[in-house]
Every structure is written in structure tokens, then in C-alpha cells.
Design a protein around this ligand. Structure first.
Ligand SMILES: [Fe+2]
Length: 227
């Protein structure tokens, strides 16, 4: 029997290479940010710069070279979707670091104010936690909740696979970048490596250079009128 998969969620993985001196410099910079806003906490939630006043990381010149490499991967992703980037202005609207100590993680969330999101792994020891994607609309859910864990425990479902699962985990190596639609719910698995894990995340907005004749995509902010 032939399987025809329709309407996929497409997440892409790419590799970005930086010199170790650059990596060390960026890690030092991010550690400084974290140390100025470290909270005394009991929670197991990782430090995320976007909510600590460090949401414009790429305004920092030290991140220029990395940002341009990430830009190249983002354009490749848009081209994969057959989107004509010539007609678009593309902006990093936010960019920030996440710093995950041992046993910390990030709960499921979306970046609903954005179009495309990414995570680049600047520091990723083995076993420091993958990224988990979740779908709220299972295309193959032929009966409500037929694929939940309890159905596996009761042997109604033999085993989870790509056709019956509502989540998928990717535990990528250091220097990988993962790019995905911002509306996709995602989380991170706990860091169990005993060492810090640092990712650089960002939200990307796309808008038309010229919106003439288009109805749905965002018109260029240069033509907006402030109230
Ligand atoms: Fe996120």
C-alpha cells in the first residue's frame, strides 16, 4: 500500500558554522545579560531574554555575523515554500537568547505576533534537551482522542508514529538551526546534561514591498499612518 501524506507542517533544519572565538564571545555576552537579570526562583523554567528586556539581541553588533548567516537560512526556508522573497521586506522583529541550566525547560507556547520563528543552538551539550512541536489539529484523528496516551496504555493504539502523534521532538546538535511557522506550539525538553544550554531565538515578520493588488499580506509599514 502506498501512503500519500498531504498538507504537512514543514520545519527545516540547517547548519551554521562559527569560529570558537566568536562562540565564546557571544556566550560571554549572553551570560552578562543573564547575570544582570537573574531571578531567585524555585521554578524549573529557563531564562529567556525576550521577557527580561533583551529582546533586540541583533541590535548588538557582536551578533551581526551570526544574524546574516541566519538570514541566509531563513531565505532558503521561504524559497522552499515557493515564496517570492523579491516582493518582500523581511525583518527580525525580536531576537533573544535562552539560557537553560540543568533540569530547566520551556513550556509549550506560540509566537503569535510573528510569521516565522527559529532557534539556533549556540551551546548545546549532549542530552541538554530537544525542541518539541505539537499540533492542535490532528489530521488523522478519525475519532475524538483516539490517539491519546491512554489509548496506547490500553493497547488500542499499538505504538506512536508520525501518522498518529500530536507531537514530535528534535534533539539537534550544536550549530543547528531549526525554522518553523511562528503559530506552531513548541516547548523544550528538560536539560539533563549538567551543563548550560544556550539558544538564540528570533521572530521574523514579512511584509510586501508594494501591497498594490494584495488583500491579505501585511502592507509595508513605511506606508502606515500613525494615529
Ligand atoms: Fe519559542
Amino acid at each position: 500500500m502506498k501512503v500519500l501524506n498531504l498538507f504537512p507542517l514543514t520545519v527545516v533544519q540547517d547548519e551554521i558554522f562559527i569560529e570558537e572565538t566568536e562562540r565564546n564571545e557571544l556566550v560571554t555576552e549572553i551570560s552578562k545579560m543573564k547575570n544582570t537579570h537573574e531571578e531567585k526562583k524555585n521554578s524549573s523554567y529557563a531564562w529567556t531574554g525576550d521577557t527580561k528586556g533583551f529582546e533586540f539581541l541583533f541590535s548588538n553588533k557582536k551578533f551581526n555575523s551570526l544574524a546574516s548567516k541566519i538570514s541566509a537560512s531563513l531565505v532558503k526556508y521561504l524559497k522552499l515554500l515557493e515564496i517570492n522573497t523579491e516582493l518582500l521586506d523581511i525583518f527580525y522583529q525580536r531576537s533573544w537568547a535562552t539560557y537553560t541550566n540543568n533540569e530547566e525547560s520551556i513550556n509549550f507556547h506560540t509566537h503569535s505576533q510573528s510569521n516565522i520563528s527559529f532557534a539556533y543552538y549556540l551551546l548545546k551539550p549532549n542530552n541538554s534537551g530537544g525542541i518539541i512541536f505539537k499540533s492542535n489539529e490532528l489530521q488523522n484523528e478519525i475519532a475524538k482522542n483516539i490517539f491519546t496516551n491512554s489509548k496506547i496504555e490500553k493497547s488500542l493504539i499499538n505504538k506512536p508514529n508520525a501518522y498518529n502523534s500530536d507531537r514530535s521532538i528534535f534533539d539537534l546538535k550544536q550549530d543547528s538551526i531549526i525554522i518553523f511557522p511562528s503559530k506552531t506550539p513548541h516547548a523544550t525538553a528538560p536539560n539533563l546534561s549538567g551543563s548550560p544550554r544556550i539558544s538564540i531565538s528570533g521572530d521574523v515578520s514579512i511584509m510586501l514591498k508594494d501591497s498594490k493588488g494584495f488583500e491579505h499580506l501585511m502592507p509595508n509599514f513605511k506606508n502606515w499612518t500613525k494615529i
